[in-house]
Design a binder for this molecule. Structure first.
Ligand SMILES: [Zn+2]
Length: 251
């Protein structure tokens, strides 16, 4: 940079604009494909799955507890009925043997019924235990995921802020450089860039176009090298503006 104030060739300015545009595109790509952003999306997807599964677990837990409550009500009714019958039995010393036998028989049935109800209760309790364990596991997984998401969210925000700062700097530099381009060249460049994946201008490096990375015939390279300074060469293969090393202004 010994002659910083010397006017540069428009094609050297164009390459500078292209280099900045390439850097902007790389930063935008890096921002969009940030590993932490993908991990954050995965964590939130995973949390969604767990929440959906939790809804099913909660529903089943509610069914179980209402079934258990129902069993308890039935058991309480059976116990009350048995108690009433037992009281009647003890207070009915003088009753007919046939009546007493009927009462004893019903008490026996009630005892059996109570046994059945207890068995049913055990089945439900056996299902309830692992279900409670699953609900606890889901809750702690969700808590871990929430913690991880918060951490990832902070890292994404931090990375975004750094990239956005760099993008702002690059865009300001781009505006400054682009303002130096002749209008026709700027329009041609933008048109090529829009059609060719963001790259409208490329260096001719040796006999290779740095835009499409293909080798040019040596006669064509020779022709381009000997073009007048104000002539604009294009790559036959990709159509990009091709800038000779002598005009590129590279250090
Ligand atoms: Zn090319």
């Amino acid at each position: 940079m010994s002659e910083a104030s010397a006017p540069r060739h428009p094609l050297a300015v164009l390459l500078a604009v292209q280099d900045i545009d390439t850097a902007i595109a790389q930063h935008e790509h890096r921002k969009a494909t940030l590993l932490e952003r993908r991990e954050l999306a995965e964590a939130s997807e995973r949390a969604g799955e767990i929440r959906r599964r939790s809804v099913a677990l909660e529903r089943r837990a509610e069914e179980l507890s209402s079934a258990l409550a129902h069993l308890e009500e039935q058991s309480a009714a059976v116990v009350a009925r048995r108690k009433a019958l037992e009281d009647r039995l003890y207070g009915a010393r003088g009753a007919a043997g046939r009546d007493l036998a009927a009462i004893e028989s019903e008490i026996l049935q009630l005892r059996n019924r109570l046994g059945q109800l207890e068995d049913e209760e055990i089945v439900l309790l056996e299902e309830q235990e692992p279900l409670d364990a699953s609900r606890d596991a889901s809750a702690s997984q969700l808590a871990l995921l929430a913690e991880r998401s918060a951490e990832l969210g902070a890292r994404v925000a931090e990375a975004d802020a750094a990239i956005d700062g760099e993008l702002a700097r690059l865009r300001a530099a781009r505006d400054e450089e682009a303002a130096r381009l002749p209008d026709a060249l700027a329009r041609r460049y933008e048109d090529l860039r829009a059609r060719l994946g963001g790259t409208g201008a490329a260096r001719l490096i040796g006999d290779r176009c740095d835009g499409c990375h293909l080798t040019l015939p040596s006669a064509e390279v020779d022709r381009i090298r000997h073009l007048p300074e104000d002539a604009i060469a294009t790559c036959d293969q990709c159509g990009r503006i091709l800038v000779r090393a002598s005009l590129a202004g590279d250090a």
